[in-house]
Design a protein around this ligand. Structure first.
Ligand code: CA
Length: 223
């Protein structure tokens, strides 16, 4: 899942970004409303975390413009405590949910998970054949046996599962699993696919992760 954090206070932005990256989410940061609009037009985010108080456009205006432009990405707005009116205006402007500052990271993560699920349209546990991925426990099992994955491998598998049995292209994978720092000339996607394939399929008669030559990758019971 890829998240855009819109926050002008650098300390808060990098603290939040770090905590999200630890959860295997790909994160970009925008420090102004204008930067946020630009980023959201450029990449297909799964969620935007939007602070209301920004130095140029305020969060409400950013929200309104995104919706006017037909960008339907889930928006979680950060507001000041006690500002009921602000929250109501945020929701009216098209935000999906809000969180008051200061917040506990655990609550932020839970709200993001819930909104991400809504956006990606699936439940807490994703399944395909004898493979399960539990988003809350961040646990993967195949045939009842735990499969240990790194954060990035987990994020990659989550995206493939959400889209299964469809084939997903390399550029789509990059867009949802990596952040803006990704070097498009690198072979990281191939490297991670290979590692994931080893961990999921090694020792199993039925292979689940397949390469569709010239198109991308997919989960399926047959090659
Ligand atoms: Ca701010």
């Amino acid at each position: 899942m890829r998240v855009l954090v819109v926050e002008d206070e650098q300390r808060v932005a990098s603290f939040v970004a770090r905590s999200l990256r630890e959860k295997a989410w790909a994160v970009d940061i925008a420090g102004t409303g204008a930067e946020a609009l630009e980023a959201a037009r450029r990449a297909d985010y799964d969620l935007i975390l939007l602070d209301l108080r920004l130095p140029d456009l305020d969060g409400l205006e950013v929200c309104r413009r995104l919706r006017q432009e037909g960008i339907e990405t889930a928006i979680l707005m950060l507001t000041a405590r006690g500002m009921v009116e602000e929250r109501v205006r945020g929701l009216d402007a098209g935000a999906d949910d809000y969180l008051t500052k200061p917040f506990a990271l655990a609550e932020l993560h839970a709200r993001i998970r819930a909104l991400g699920r809504r956006g990606l349209g699936r439940g807490v546990v994703l399944r395909f054949a004898d493979l399960t991925l539990d988003r809350r426990r961040r646990a993967v099992e195949r045939g009842g046996q735990p499969v240990a994955l790194t954060q990035k491998e987990f994020a990659l598998l989550e995206f493939l599962l959400v889209r299964a049995p469809e084939t997903v292209g390399r550029s789509e994978i990059v867009e949802h699993v990596w952040d803006a720092q990704f070097d498009s000339g690198s072979n990281l996607v191939e490297v991670y696919i290979n590692r994931l394939r080893q961990k999921l399929d090694q020792g199993h008669a039925v292979k689940l992760l397949h390469t569709v030559r010239g198109v991308g990758y997919r989960l399926g019971l047959e090659p």
